[in-house]
Design a protein. Structure first.
Length: 186
C-alpha cells in the first residue's frame, strides 16, 4: 500500500510563535515510519484574505486557490493549534474555512494553558461540519512543558507521554487516511 501523505499545518503566524516547534517534532516522528510521508505547510506562506471579505486582492484570491490546490495533494492533516482566549488562532480558522478537507482525517497538536484542549475541541466540531474525520488521539502540550521547551531546558522528545500520544495519533491518521482514500476512490 502507498504511504499516507499527511500535511502538517503550522497554525499560527504570530511573531515569536511556538507552532513551528511541534510541527517539526511530529514531522520528525513521522519521518521514522515507513507508512507515512509528511510535508510541513506554513500559513506564513499562504497570506489569504478572510473568508467572504469584499476587499480581497487578486493576490489573496490566487493564494487561497494555491492553498486549496496544495491541500488536495494530501490524504490527511495534522494541525498545530495554539490556544488564545480559549480558541484557535483566527488565521488557522480562516485557512480551514478557505480549504478543502472533505472525507479526510485530521489530527491536532495543541499547546497552551491546558494543552490547547479547548481550541482543539472547537476545531473538532468545525471539522465535523466540513465532512472530515477527526482522529481520537490528540497531542496536548501543557503550559509547563511548553515553558521548558521555550527556555531550552527540554525538548518535546523528552516527554514520553507526548511521544506516545503522537505515535497513537499517527497510527490513527494512517488508518483513517487509507480507509477514506479507498472510500473516496470507490
Amino acid at each position: 500500500m502507498a504511504k499516507a501523505k499527511i500535511g502538517i499545518i503550522v497554525g499560527s503566524t504570530r511573531i515569536g510563535r511556538f507552532a513551528e516547534t511541534p510541527a517539526k517534532w511530529i514531522a520528525g516522528l513521522a519521518d521514522k515510519r515507513d507508512d507515512i510521508e509528511v510535508e510541513i505547510l506554513d500559513l506564513l506562506n499562504y497570506p489569504m484574505h478572510f473568508f467572504g471579505e469584499e476587499r480581497t486582492t487578486t493576490a489573496q484570491t490566487e493564494t487561497a486557490e494555491r492553498w486549496k490546490k496544495k491541500l488536495r495533494e494530501f490524504d490527511g492533516y495534522i494541525f498545530t493549534v495554539a490556544e488564545y482566549n480559549h480558541g484557535p488562532t483566527a488565521v488557522l480558522k480562516n485557512a480551514i474555512d478557505l480549504g478543502e478537507f472533505v472525507h479526510k482525517p485530521v489530527g491536532f497538536v495543541g499547546y497552551g494553558g491546558v494543552g490547547g484542549a479547548r481550541a482543539v475541541e472547537q476545531l473538532r466540531l468545525i471539522f465535523v461540519e466540513m465532512s472530515a474525520a477527526s482522529v481520537k488521539t490528540g497531542v496536548h502540550i501543557a503550559f509547563q512543558e511548553y515553558l521548558s521547551v521555550i527556555k531550552g531546558e527540554k525538548k518535546l522528545d523528552d516527554y514520553a507521554h507526548l511521544n506516545e500520544a503522537a505515535t497513537n495519533q499517527l497510527d490513527q491518521l494512517v488508518w483513517w487516511a487509507n480507509a477514506l482514500k479507498a472510500a473516496r476512490a470507490a
